[in-house]
Design a protein around this ligand. Structure first.
Ligand SMILES: Nc1nc2c(ncn2[C@@H]2O[C@H](COP(=O)(O)OP(=O)(O)OP(=O)(O)O)[C@@H](O)[C@H]2O)c(=O)[nH]1
Length: 257
């Protein structure tokens, strides 16, 4: 029960009610099962939760302190992309999330060579999606599941080489074992973004995605089309339900031992 209450600290703010002057939007993209949800939840709550249903795309928000400034972070978790091809809805969601975001986190798992091979294509998608803009959003590359050494399939050198080729920062992390690595990667991205964006007035409605009042939009929002739909509405009920499921599964395991 306490855990579930703590989850409410991932607060959601319709942007009009957001107390922060700055809103940072991050999209997390990668292959299926690479640990995108685990990473997002780890960053936002410090907790690792092992059991997730396949993610259809949830938006998480919370307030964090960056360089003595209160910043609202919105993180869009996107459906996993498959090498074998996804339903068009998945690509629409991913593309939409890329359009919406101020920064992109590309994720692969060190246990899954296919997820590594996908990164080049996903980076291309980011480049194409932002081709009409003057600048690319900052991108970082995360190699997740570093704790699973015995089933590693992607060499440790491959990640940094790919990141250098793509011109982005690289972090090898483990959502399950090490909070500080995960926090370090996301926090650095937020700091870089916060430096780029001047503090702005709270934006209207649900942000860039649905803004129809250019006079109140932020600098980063001005770059974006008002026609871009917001990827997917926040769904805390869904997250709390998953939390309950994970907890009751653990209780069942304990009582059956
Ligand atoms: N050992 C280990 N397992 C992890 C790690 N991160 C995630 N997992 C596990 O990997 C599985 C998939 O994690 P998710 O966070 O659901 O992955 P996802 O990328 O959101 O998956 P989709 O929603 O299907 O695309 C879960 O069983 C997690 O417990 C990690 O760092 N180490």
């Amino acid at each position: 029960m306490r855990l579930i209450q703590n989850m409410s600290t991932i607060a959601e703010y319709p942007t009009s009610e957001c107390p922060s002057s700055r809103v940072i939007k991050i999209a997390v993209i990668g292959g299926s099962g690479v640990g995108k949800t685990a990473l997002v939840v780890r960053f936002l709550t410090r907790r690792f939760i092992g059991d997730y249903e396949r993610n259809a795309g949830n938006l998480y928000s919370r307030e964090v302190q960056i360089d003595n400034e209160q910043v609202a972070i919105q993180v869009q978790d996107t459906p996993g992309v498959n090498v074998s091809g996804n339903a068009p809805g998945c690509f629409n969601h991913v593309t939409c999330s890329i359009q919406w975001a101020d920064a992109i986190v590309l994720v692969y798992s060190v246990t899954d060579q296919c997820s590594f091979d996908l990164i080049g294509q996903l980076h291309q998608l980011v480049v194409r999606t932002h081709s009409d803009r003057s600048s690319m959003p900052p991108v970082i590359l995360l190699a997740n599941k570093a704790d699973l050494l015995h089933v590693r399939r992607v060499d440790a050198q491959q990640g940094p080489l790919l990141a250098a080729a793509l011109g982005c920062c690289f972090y090898e992390v483990s959502a399950s074992e090490d909070y500080s690595q995960v926090h370090g990667a996301f926090h650095r991205l937020c700091r870089d973004l916060a430096k780029q964006q001047p503090p702005s007035l709270p934006s209207s409605g649900s942000g860039a995605a649905t803004s129809t009042t250019p006079s109140t939009t932020t600098t980063s929002e001005k770059r974006r089309s008002p026609l871009i739909p917001r990827p997917k509405s926040p769904n805390m009920q869904d997250l709390k339900r998953r939390f309950k499921q994970a907890l009751s599964a653990k209780v069942r395991t304990v009582t059956s031992v």
